[in-house]
Design a protein around this ligand. Structure first.
Ligand SMILES: [Ca+2]
Ligand SMILES: [Ca+2]
Length: 100
């Protein structure tokens, strides 16, 4: 999936069904806020753009095949392992800033 534009965009509960997926917002200048639900089983590589992006990996899915590159801006990652029977934290983070 590729998204672009100068408006802020919120994508709730994206359950990617293929084994490997990409969400490319690198051309976007608005802020992307996405929640990913399929990543415990499948893998998603999220690339943010110039805005302050947020990617939330929910349902226990931020494993070695998953990644988030925030790009420019002050970017945030959320990881929710609350419902996972076997929580994992093996994904790759790049260009994600610590919160103040
Ligand atoms: Ca995964
Ligand atoms: Ca960004």
């Amino acid at each position: 999936m590729t998204v672009a534009g100068d408006q802020d965009l919120t994508l709730g509960a994206q359950g990617f069904a293929a084994a490997t997926n990409t969400l490319d917002a690198s051309k976007m200048t608005g802020a992307l806020n996405v929640t990913l639900t399929g990543t415990a089983v499948n893998d998603v590589a999220v690339t943010g753009g110039a805005g302050d992006d947020t990617a939330t990996f929910s349902v226990g899915g931020f494993d070695a095949g998953d990644s988030f590159d925030g790009g420019d801006g002050i970017d945030t990652v959320g990881i929710d392992n609350a419902t996972a029977t076997t929580p994992v934290l093996g994904g790759t983070l790049k260009n994600v800033e610590p919160s103040a």
